[in-house]
Design a protein around this ligand. Structure first.
Ligand code: SF4
Length: 442
């Protein structure tokens, strides 16, 4: 059958879609890139924000027309929204054929064969450990690949429904991840991005207490991956701040291939709000960890996620967040305006901060970020940096782009040796408020 997969939401969902495409291809199906040519439409959905759910539902609703013209069409929903709403989706959308929850993604080929034979609608949302090992295939083949090392989360931050829709945290074994990485590298991959809701909890068997000093299975994994010949870079996202112990920090500083950039969600700079969010760190302990990391890895850059307008967030709480953000000097930040998610603990509280206040706080943080980025980029003028070449620049076909290990994009004019997935030296000859331009220097 010809299958079209549409993905909503995060990198983890992108990775799941890629693995499902690979499974389907291995079973003789063909992945197509337009809805019109498909026999099966699969929507891999996100539930983390209300807007993502509304968007996916709107799109699936619109597919009713296509099904009326093509009655044999099979339409399925997978992922977090499928997990959250289950049978309710089948009831709401009569043209929908199946619902596949986050623990059942690995069963897609077998479920598709069943539905093609019986046309019986179904919803499968039971948790399963097998999803962890059953989702290791890769459909896209480039110099970059993503590997999911954990699934689910046990931390239960009060605003988040991930633990409910992705289930409890489970980790793969080191040998399983290393085998997948070796295979990818043998097929030309140069950079891997390790994915998990809290990658630094890898191998801790769901224990939410930060690991004891000297103990970090995530560091053990990085050490093993660092030994793979032919692999140039290792990235990871996202870790929870409390898991950066001495063992992990020492590994990050020593490992040759692990990039010097950490996406370290802050969420709020106010201890009162952090407590209400059930984030198990304080402003001071977060800043102390940043200082420790900076001292071990002087060129490290940080990015972060922040929520503005959490219930009860005052101007004073917001000022504390702004202060921490400027102090850490993040190279990138993603600011989210709070919206309650059904099922999350914070949804029981009144969404008390008016929309215009959330928007105003959002704009303030974005303006601060723009000023910091401009200053950081200006400071790189005349420096020579190593980039991993990514390909032709999306905005200017005459230029190519590459990224530094600290996750800064650099544009440059190519030479005749240029090739995606190679490391090159670039001297920065021009900066502007949002980007860097350089010339090849090797
Ligand atoms: S750590 Fe918190 S915010 Fe992140 S996925 Fe887990 S519960 Fe959600």
């Amino acid at each position: 059958m010809k299958v079209y997969i549409k993905t909503y939401g995060c990198q983890m969902n992108e990775r799941d879609s890629d693995a499902m495409a690979s499974q389907l291809e291995a079973c003789g199906h063909t992945i197509v890139f337009t809805e019109e040519e498909a026999d099966v439409l699969l929507f891999n959905t996100c539930s983390v924000r209300d807007a993502a759910e509304r968007k996916a539902k709107g799109k699936i609703g619109y597919m009713k027309k296509l099904k009326a013209q093509k009655p044999g069409l099979i339409i399925g929903v997978a992922g977090c929204m499928a997990q959250r709403l289950g049978d309710q989706l089948l009831a709401e959308l009569p043209h929908l054929d199946f619902v596949l929850g986050t623990g059942q993604l690995h069963t897609l080929p077998e479920k598709l064969a069943e539905i093609a034979a019986t046309r019986a609608r179904f919803s499968a949302t039971e948790p399963s450990f097998d999803v962890l090992t059953g989702m290791g295939g890769h459909f896209s083949h480039t110099w970059h690949a993503e590997i999911a090392i954990t699934r689910g989360c046990n931390r239960f931050c009060s605003y988040c429904i991930v633990p409910y829709v992705r289930g409890r945290e489970i980790s793969r074994s080191i040998s399983d991840v290393v085998e997948e990485a070796r295979e990818l590298v043998a097929n030309g991959v140069k950079e891997i991005l390790l994915l998990g809701q809290n990658v630094a909890a890898f191998g801790l068997n769901g224990d939410t207490r930060p690991p004891a000093p000297g103990y970090s299975p995530f560091a053990d994994l990085l050490d093993e991956l660092d030994k793979i010949d032919g692999l140039l870079r290792i990235r990871y996202t996202s870790p929870y701040v409390s898991y950066f112990n001495d063992r992990l920090i020492e590994t990050l500083a020593r490992a040759k291939k692990v990039c010097h950039n950490i996406h370290l969600p802050l969420q709020s700079g106010s201890d009162r709000i952090l407590k209400e969010m059930n984030r198990q760190y304080t402003r001071d302990s977060y800043l102390a960890k940043v200082a420790e990391l900076r001292s071990a890895i002087p060129d490290i850059t940080f990015s972060t996620d922040v929520i503005v307008g959490f219930p009860g967030e005052t101007d004073a709480d917001f000022a504390l967040t702004r202060e921490v953000m400027n102090q850490v000097d993040y190279a990138q930040s993603f600011v989210f305006k709070y919206s309650p998610r059904p099922g999350a603990k914070s949804a029981e509280r009144q969404d008390s901060v008016p929309e215009e206040v959330k928007e105003e706080r959002n704009q303030i943080l974005l303006a601060d970020l723009a000023a910091r980025v401009e200053k950081r980029l200006a400071g790189m003028y005349q420096k020579t940096v190593e980039v991993l070449v990514e390909g032709v620049s999306p905005r200017n076909p005459e230029r190519w782009s590459g990224r530094t290990g600290t996750n800064i994009m650099v544009h440059f004019e190519p030479d005749d040796k240029i090739q995606a997935g190679t490391l090159r030296q670039v001297k920065i000859i021009q900066t502007n408020p949002v980007s860097l331009f350089g010339k090849l220097a090797d």
